[in-house]
Design a protein around this ligand. Structure first.
Ligand code: UD1
Ligand code: MG
Length: 473
């Protein structure tokens, strides 16, 4: 039978040093929340060892927000529950709350303690720590440690011939403070060991808190496991540390994509959210922002200065420089921009062309439609191969409601046409330049709606007396 493990995910702290309104565990990080990275890490770890795992999230400060976030981000996970810590009296008290509030907790063979604010810890570190404990039958607990040039603020790892223990910064003497090996805050214990010693922990220390680190005493069968990579234990307590974590994850993200065949000209200038997917053969120019659940398929070209959010971009599509795309579904071999704006609800079929200074909103453009310059296409349905001339405007808003414009297939809309919606223009129709179309146009029809031109010979000089010499005309 699979070994069981309870994971106490500590997320009750106030995060005062962050100076933001949201709970620290929910601080935004590459389009997700800080704690999501921790949940993903522990989930990958427990899957790898096929463990019977349960996560108990300890919540306190802004608990409703944290709970709501977890439930909506992981809606199908029945292995996650919540335990409330009423007052933040220290990490040992948080672990007590975990046991009180998580029905399965005492029954799990192992218990892992991990903090919500260490987003860079991966399945790799968790696995190594777990193997250390599970492969040494005598051991009762292990703590992940690392060495740092600036150990300020961390608990110090005090090793001696008698064993090892952890001394918190506030309680450390000058000698102990010099120790550079520090406690990462990640531990795995045998649950029976915690049962024996958790109640013994008191708050007789300089900060008056219940320290979980008191579970590590010289005489106990516990061990530190020193990791070489300090960065993986990077804790987020300030916005500066949040940015550092983000830089690190962003580099990791672009590296994963590069290994899959995505070409970046300068990945350091690109800002990609964690969920973003890009197919091989695609090329990303500098200064590109790609956010949310965006998928870019193979062989696309994304030029300089583009922002793409929550969109799907089909194969071999080119997005020329400085376009802004949000909530659009784009099929294959489409050309967009430069300086185009696609707003939510835009659906472009294969081989559509959207040119410069064109805005499209909540519209479906069928295969091969061209809107090449300076247009507003809102609430429109345009059939295959229709050509929309320069300066087209769908007048979709009457001040109160939005209305639809329907244009059929193979229709030619001349330059500077306004379609006053609701309106239907048929297939194979021709709308003359400069027309304001206010009534429906049937299939195959020609429509023109502009005042007749009046030309008066020789009259220009009346308006431009100084510029036009009377003798010329
Ligand atoms: C803790 C460790 C320290 C270690 C450091 C690593 C203790 C006593 N000290 O110190 O040895 O070097 O982490 O970053 O454990 N939390 C609660 N409830 C509480 C208090 C804290 O849920 O009552 C949560 C916080 O939200 C946070 C985590 O526990 O996720 C750690 O708490 P924090 O106050 O940041 O501990 P440190 O002082 O950093
Ligand atoms: Mg901390």
């Amino acid at each position: 039978m699979a070994d069981s493990i309870g994971i106490a995910l500590l997320a009750a702290g106030k995060g005062t040093r962050m100076k933001i309104e949201t709970a620290k565990a929910l601080a935004p990080l590459l389009g997700r929340s800080l704690m999501d990275f921790v949940i993903d890490g522990v989930s990958a770890f427990s899957e790898k060892f096929k463990l019977d795992a349960h996560i108990g999230v300890v919540i306190g400060h802004r608990r409703e927000d944290v709970q709501k976030h977890v439930l909506s981000t992981y809606p199908k996970r029945t292995d996650i529950s919540f335990a409330i810590q009423e007052q933040q009296k220290g990490t040992a008290d948080a672990l007590k709350s975990y046991f009180q509030g998580t029905s399965k907790a005492w029954k799990q063979k192992y218990t892992m303690v991990i903090c919500a604010d260490t987003p860079l810890i991966s399945e790799n570190e968790l696995s190594q720590l777990f193997e250390q404990l599970s492969q040494n039958p005598k051991l009762e607990g292990v703590a992940a440690t690392f060495k740092t040039n600036d150990p300020t603020g961390y608990g110090r790892i005090v090793r001696s011939s008698k064993g090892f223990h952890i001394t918190e910064e506030k309680d450390a003497d000058a000698e102990t403070k010099k120790i550079q090996e520090v406690n990462s805050g990640l531990y795995i214990f045998k649950t029976d060991f915690i049962k024996k010693h958790l109640e013994e922990i008191d708050n007789k220390n300089k900060s008056g808190e219940f320290y979980l680190t008191d579970l590590f005493q010289d005489e106990y069968e516990v061990k530190p496991l020193l990791f070489a990579n300090e960065m993986v234990f990077h804790g987020v307590n300030t916005l500066d540390q949040l940015e550092e974590a983000e830089l690190h994850l962003r580099k990791k993200k672009t590296k994963i994509l590069k290994n899959k065949g995505v070409r970046f000209y300068d990945a350091d200038t690109c800002y990609l959210d964690w969920q973003v997917e890009i197919g091989s053969g695609s090329v990303i120019y500098p200064n590109v922002v790609i956010q949310g659940a965006t998928v870019i398929e193979n062989d696309c070209v994304i030029e300089m200065g583009n922002t793409i959010k929550n969109s799907r971009i089909g194969r071999a599509t080119t997005i020329f420089a400085n376009s802004y795309i949000d909530g659009a579904q784009v099929a294959a071999e489409v050309n967009i921009g430069p300086f185009a704006r696609l707003r939510p609800g835009t659906e472009l079929a294969d081989k559509v062309k959207i040119g410069n200074f064109v805005e499209v909103k909540k519209s479906q453009l069928a295969k091969g439609v061209k809107v090449s310059h300076l247009s507003y296409v809102g609430d429109c349905e345009i059939g295959q191969e229709s050509n929309i001339g320069c300066g087209f405007i769908s007048c979709n808003y009457d001040g109160v409601n939005k209305h639809k414009t329907k244009i059929g297939e193979n229709t030619f809309i001349g330059s500077d046409v306004q379609a006053v919606a609701p309106i239907t223009i048929g297939s194979d129709a021709f709308i003359a330049a400069g027309s304001t179309i206010t009534s429906n146009v049937p299939d195959g029809a020609f429509a023109i709606a502009r005042t007749k031109q009046v030309t008066k010979p020789d009259l220009a000089k009346k308006f431009l007396p100084k510029k036009v010499k009377s003798s010329s005309y």
